[in-house]
Design a protein around this ligand. Sequence first.
Ligand code: HAM
Length: 474
Amino acid sequence: MPRKKSTTKKQPQKKVQAKKATTKKKVVKKVDLKNVDPKKEKKKTKGPVYTTLRGMKDILPKEGVMWQHLYHTAEDIAGAYGFSYIETPILEQASLFVRSIGKGTDVVDKEMYIFEDKDGSKVCLRPEVTASIARSYINHGMHTFPQPVKVWYWGQMFRHDRPQAGRYRQFHQFGCETFGIQSPVVDAELIAVAYNMLRDLGIETTVKINSIGTPEDRENYIVELVGYLRSKRSYLSDESKKRINKNPLRVLDSKHEQDKAVMEEAPQILDWLSDKSRGFFMSVLEYLDEAGVPYVLTPTLVRGLDYYTDTVFELYTEDDEGSQSALGGGGRYNGLVGQLGGEETPGSGFSLGIERVANILKKQKEELEKQEDYKPEKPGGIFFAQLGEQACKRSLHLIEELRRSGLRVYHNLAKSSLKAQLETADKLGVSNTLILGQKEVQDGTILIRNMESGIQEVVDQKKIVNTVQKLLAK
Ligand code: HAM
């Protein structure tokens, strides 16, 4: 029969083909294994390995405790001084910052992450948040709220700067802004909040302070300054030469050594302040004296953003090499809300650069760990270990009970070996571990193990919350 014939004929053919295919495959595989770098091979099959963009970084779990500590310190101090939390979008209309920070500043001219939205409008990732909050103040009619309006914030900012130590393209700021009150005590309070927060964190800073007066004071001063700079042009750096016409105030705080020498003899803005601005500034300093905040009068301090009027300040700390880096800065901006289309409203504020603060704390911790008598701080909380299926199920109930009473419970319910779980508890550094086995599930008890001595105590499961609370309070 033709069918049978064809089947019998095909079968051996198939086998041969299959054999050939297997042999072929084997040969190819052998060659591959010999010649292919496994890393490259992995890349080929899984696609490119992604990394963060230049100047941006991940905050890893091991840094989490410090970042949370920083956030809570900021939250506590801002709350204690009566500031309410505000959050504005990361993406804003680009012109918001061009108008407020000003053309001719580094931030606007060089550092904005600016791009076209789908409707063709220009948007940008916020380089700072003071202008956004002024926008929000106008949009939500905050001038009708009881004044002053005091707000605090925490979030990411973006500046396309050349990345270097302490300078990133994405960074976090914590800051406070006070709107609606034209009083020197507001400026002093803001400086005190920034200074005291850093001191609470164990960071001593120097507050550099200056007044740049009203725009009218500045206009007169700039005429004088430009005249002086032109007379010293040949001694200035190329960057400062360019700035004489574009942004002469920035020549004052130039980082170039040759410019610093020229600036020593430059006319000082304090001599050009109106009586009103001078009086205001003197009062700020008096309030700072009262608040116990030390400061250094710095006539060359002008800040890099155009919206400031009167008080400007920066908080500095010295790094290991003795060079200074600004942990934060701020000042008064009486014209900002009006300039953005709102009613003329006084305002003042500051921002701290959180990465810079975190870097200092990290260094301090590393120094501490090097000391011989250093003992790592025990994390507040308890480890929960379980053995066997029944114990694992019961654990979920007990862990929830502990958590509801406000206790922190570390665990790894996916692990069944007691040894492995105790090792994890040890690595975490907790002082006690709860152990629930088959026997304990049946008789309604649980073991509490002191991780240092290894001594274990049997406790009634009903008393577990109370017992753990007492243990952790010790
Ligand atoms: P700012 O001086 O431009 O002021 O920034 C404040 C702080 O943010 C700096 O002192 C620094 O610690 C940190 N910071 C700035 N740029 C970077 C960067 N590229 N990488 C890491 N950290 C950086 C302002 O932003 C104003 N909005 C402050 C203010 C609030 N004025 C009134 N209210």
